[in-house]
Write a new protein. Structure first.
Length: 209
């Protein structure tokens, strides 16, 4: 599954230039970019791989220069970590499938989206604590810090706005041995369409423009 294609379909004609931080020793110059989306990853922050320092520098640059930033799943956790929050395995366990997101505070990221909406998820780690530097903008029953905002231009969401039910199901199927047959079956049964979640990407692109 090509993550870039999923995001590209939601950007309303905006030019999306993929960049793999893990394949280069330094972050790209952001002088000519209107914003940055840091996507999900199979990696965990606890891996402390060398390329993660580059990713952290990229987030710090966005914050320092007020360049619009959207962190998704791993990118959300990276934003939380840069802001000083602990990131690690959710005490409630791994979560896959569809979740119900509850918007806690107003944010341009959630403009035109209901206060509660379905979103697709696949993660083990989460942002474990609040920090004064960011506001928590949404929660789920499984994760109280599911979306955060730093200042006016930096956002993190633990869910995947670029996914649909079919993608969620594919991830559950792929991880069935890890999840257990009974748990995987329940996750598949709970899958729901998530049309409102994708608006998050459109709202971010509008903010970049």
């Amino acid at each position: 599954m090509n993550t870039d294609d999923h995001f590209g379909a939601l950007t309303n004609g905006a030019s999306l230039i993929p960049y793999a931080v893990c394949e280069d020793a330094k972050a790209p110059s952001l002088a000519e970019f209107s914003g940055v989306i840091m996507t999900g990853s199979a990696a965990m922050l606890a891996d402390n791989s060398p390329w993660m320092n580059t990713a952290k520098d990229l987030v710090k640059q966005c914050l320092d220069e007020e360049i619009p930033f959207l962190g998704v799943c791993f990118g959300h956790q990276m934003l939380g970590s840069v802001c000083g929050a602990a990131v690690g395995p959710n005490p409630k366990g791994r979560n896959n499938g569809t979740c119900l997101v509850e918007v806690e505070n107003e944010s341009p990221l959630f403009a035109g989206i209901p206060k509660t909406f379905y979103a697709q998820i696949s993660h083990r780690d989460v942002v474990l604590e609040r920090r004064p530097i960011f506001a928590v903008t949404a929660r789920t029953s499984h994760d109280p810090h599911h979306s955060i905002q730093v200042g006016k231009n930096a956002f993190g969401v633990q869910f995947h706005p670029e996914w649909n039910m079919d993608i969620s199901k594919a991830y559950i199927d792929a991880r069935e041995q890890l999840l257990g047959t009974q748990t995987a079956s329940k996750m598949r049964e709970s899958l729901r369409p998530s049309p409102h979640a994708s608006i998050v990407v459109q709202n971010f692109v509008a903010l970049c423009r």
